[in-house]
Ligand binder design. Sequence first.
Ligand code: HEC
Ligand code: HEC
Length: 233
Amino acid sequence: MNRRPGPLIAGMLMIAAGLAGIVGLRPILMSRGPGGIINRGGMMGMGGMMGHGGMKPMMQAMMGNMLPLGIDPATLPMPRSAGAKSLQHFCTQCHELPAPGLHTAAEWPAVVERMVARERMMSAYNMMGIQAPSDEELATLLAYLQRYAQMPLNKATAKELDTPAGRAFSETCSQCHALPDPAQHTAADWPGVVLRMKHNMEARGKPVPAPSTLDAVEAYLQKYAKRSGKGGV
Ligand code: HEC
Ligand code: HEC
């Protein structure tokens, strides 16, 4: 492959750096949630960078542990909805597909603002072929992420958090995202989710708890799980 690393590295630094506020973005994002505003860094003049292959692998090598673990698009909720399509289109340009469950509805606006600021700046300067969503696409994308977001546990009303199982749950399940509300899944669904989280831990190089600990976490989740629709648990 014919790669010119100079511009690519400059572009990578631009992507990595926080970017100055982009006009027009904030009202849309802030009307949707209480997320904080990120506004740092300055914009250097840097035009003329054209589309460039090899960015994703290079990003992965340089900042892999800051990037989201990718998911299979087929596992997205409502995969053919406009929101799911926007997510796949705009959010896989630099890294793998991020899952809505990575953040809570309150957290997503600030994350999306940081990402879309990069996209708008890079598309304005025609860098690496990056495309930015229109205001309407952005609103659809954000609404989708928020609709299927991680449901955080309300620690004020949560029960038995200060038990061995509750503590194992808190410690194990808050490492990568907000501590999940057990009531977002049925008891029947939790084992599959916990198994997937075990794979996520392995993929991220996080310590996987001993089987007995993971069993206790699973039992805690099942005890406070959502009642299944048919009256049973
Ligand atoms: C122009 C490149 C680029 C695009 C396009 C992009 N990202 Fe990112 N993303 C990054 C970089 C760089 C990081 C690591 C630094 C950081 O978190 O700001 C990152 C990290 C992330 C993370 C992990 C960090 C966190 O705060 O959870 C998530 C989640 C994420 N991106 C979601 C998205 C979503 C959603 C979109 C589409 C709206 C998107 N990204 C589009 C460059 C991009
Ligand atoms: C190593 C990081 C990591 C740890 C630790 C982790 N998760 Fe996750 N979690 C993820 C990632 C990545 C996603 C989004 C992709 C996915 O759903 O697999 C996610 C998504 C979720 C979701 C939303 C998706 C769904 O299926 O509902 C829930 C709920 C969840 N995690 C629960 C848990 C629980 C419970 C634990 C503790 C047993 C846990 N997580 C520990 C990384 C982690």
